[in-house]
Design a protein around this ligand. Structure first.
Ligand SMILES: Nc1ncnc2c1ncn2[C@@H]1O[C@H](COP(=O)(O)OP(=O)(O)O)[C@@H](O)[C@H]1O
Ligand SMILES: [Mg+2]
Length: 250
């Protein structure tokens, strides 16, 4: 949905492989993400999507290959920490502190990650909550919020540090179906605002409408990638066809 043809890659993976014990989960992955691009990763469970995200966000180190994110060489394990605070991550589980309000959760992240003083952090946190449509719920505790609202707080917490890139790993998978839309709507808003996003999701509607590019992973390799209209209307790889047939039929 954004025009991303000329900007240089903000993420570059070259020849990235990764094994856990005897199991090779990524094989020679090559992937670029450009500034402002929305990249959606799809594929069966176990195909390696989360591992790609974790490597891009410095939570996991590749065995071989090069990983550049925001000009930080993450293949150098000593540099992995340099990317923290420059990327935001949103997971299936919201992981909010139950004894802190929505505002308290976001503020705490800022005080820890940005070493901000409490007053500045509070102001920044309110802006982030406003961005996800929850300014009026700032004083609510997680138990007083719906799952969709809790996930929006988690998005606000990630946004508050003003990351250059946002990663979403099945951010809507734990939600009741009727709560998915409010979260994907917030994600769409970020995409419209030009945020660089890498999104793992089973929401094919989101992929189709919001992705600039869809990557289909199969058994640790990128089996196919392309514009959503190509992947969903005219998939070239038989495995992509089968996968989409399975997920779109349900
Ligand atoms: N920390 C880990 N230790 C051992 N195996 C792992 C670990 N993380 C992922 N795996 C394995 O790697 C494969 C790919 O996992 P993952 O990247 O989570 O796939 P996806 O997100 O596509 O479901 C799976 O077989 C999974 O069991
Ligand atoms: Mg996963």
């Amino acid at each position: 949905m954004t025009t991303v043809t000329t900007s240089k890659p903000i993420i570059n993976l070259t020849g990235v492989s990764k094994s856990f014990g005897a199991t090779q989960v990524l094989r020679e992955i090559n992937l670029d993400v450009r500034s402002g691009e929305v990249l959606v990763l799809i594929g069966a469970s176990g195909s390696g999507k989360s591992t790609v995200l974790r490597i891009m966000s410095g939570l996991e180190t590749a065995d071989t290959g090069e990983v550049w994110v925001n000009e930080v060489p993450l293949h150098d394990a000593r540099r992995a920490k340099d990317i923290r605070g420059h990327v935001g991550m949103v997971f299936q589980q919201f992981n909010l502190f139950p004894h802190k309000s929505a505002l308290g959760n976001v503020t705490l992240a800022l005080i820890k990650a940005r070493k901000m003083n409490a007053a500045d952090a509070r102001k920044r946190a309110m802006d982030a909550l406003d961005r996800v449509g929850l300014a009026d719920r700032a004083e609510h505790y997680p138990s007083q919020l719906s799952g969709g609202q809790q996930q929006r707080v988690a998005i606000a917490r990630a946004l508050a540090v003003e990351p250059g890139i946002m990663f979403f790993d099945e951010a809507t998978s734990a939600l009741d179906p009727e709560l998915v839309g409010e979260v994907t709507e917030v994600m769409r808003g970020l995409a419209r605002d030009g945020m660089t996003m890498v999104v793992v999701t089973h929401e094919m509607g989101f992929a189709r409408k919001t992705a600039d590019r869809v990557v289909f992973m199969d058994k640790g390799v990128i089996a196919e990638q392309g514009a959503p209209e190509q992947i969903f209307v005219d998939p070239r790889n038989e495995r992509t066809r089968q996968f989409l047939h399975r997920v779109l039929d349900h």
